[in-house]
Design a protein around this ligand. Sequence first.
Ligand SMILES: [Zn+2]
Ligand SMILES: [Zn+2]
Length: 426
Amino acid sequence: MAHKKLVYINIDGFSFSYLERLKRKGKAGGFQRLQNDGFLFTGLRSGLVSITNPMQSAILCGAWSEKTHNFYQHYDLNEGRVIKHKRTFCAENAAQALLRTGHTVASIHQFMLENNPCREGDAQCAYFRCGKDPSDSRDRFALLKRMALGQAVYTGERKIVYSELPDFTAFYIDDIDSLGHNNAYGPYPKRATFEERQRDIEKRLEVIQQELEDFVDICKQRGLFQNMAILITTDHGMTPFYGKSSLPDLLVRLNGAGIKATLPEMRTTDTQVIVLPYTIEASLYCIHPLTQEQRQTLLKVCRSAPYMQQVLEKEEMRHRYGMDSRGPDFLLCPHAGSHFYHKDVSEDTFGASHDSLDETSQHIFGMLIGGKVRHLVDYPEAVSAIDLLPTLLHTQFGCTMRDSTGKIWHGWFEDNQSMERIGAFE
Ligand SMILES: [Zn+2]
Ligand SMILES: [Zn+2]
């Protein structure tokens, strides 16, 4: 019996809204062909806070920040400063779990696995980067395709030829996120309008569709596909925002209601509430617990602000989103288009980011294909990003990640029963 292979492809910043747009324009043919070998998740959700490193780690270990301890940043009340979580990753990830159970794993630019456990020069758990720096999706797919073709690939100085693929390969590209933020990127300048930028994104998604189809063709031609599962997904979407920041107005409203609120760097002995903005959302940290009356006042002030979409409280964040206990007391999310960025966006352009509860950030792309994946075409269930790898490790390898809390879904594969039995003997 040939070994099962799992390839996990993460296309950073792939909002489900991009796919809908591609479909409307008749440019999603590649994804639709791929979908015929399995299914598209049409109800897949990102999490809290939907920023790259927290979400990449959450997907990789199947758990939220209560386990990973990464939700991008927090305000430490005792130290009186903002702590960035960078690559903090306190939970067992898929590569570690598979390595522990005797499998070979590899990462191609999946940076959250770099030295955790994938290392350059280690054949059992190799880390690969392109010779070219910076590299884009085409360079990275070239490496993945070489690997699938059984050609030599280099991890550091060490040459490896995989007769088949590693048991688990994590592959990461970030073109779509960079374009989505409306940054200058490669040949693309920063654009004035959202429409212009959408065209850049569509063009690059067409390239990525072609690369994915080429990779799948190679796997089919080499007889690998029959035992493979390929998960293609993302960490979060992207939400555009415009014009003046609502941050100054929020501070005025809170202080006007008698709540002494300041930015972290402006904290004084009088400060009651620290307002920590990121790009779209802002977090509130209470220096001392608020009285019931103060809490009601704060909620009323925040919820009545014309730009506010949602105010989440700590308990809800912990229960619904598995938020780390060091998380904020309140998380404020404005309506799509508004933002709490530390500066205004100039009128001749727009900004975009994904720390937002708007659907454009929360509803994300996901697809599962493979030789034994059920041909369901669409899978409409409300699957969470943290369910994906726990389910795939369970069904493909009979392996459980130590800290995972994601749900194990049944019915993604044909003949689920026998696959689990095989897994148990590996
Ligand atoms: Zn990202
Ligand atoms: Zn981003």
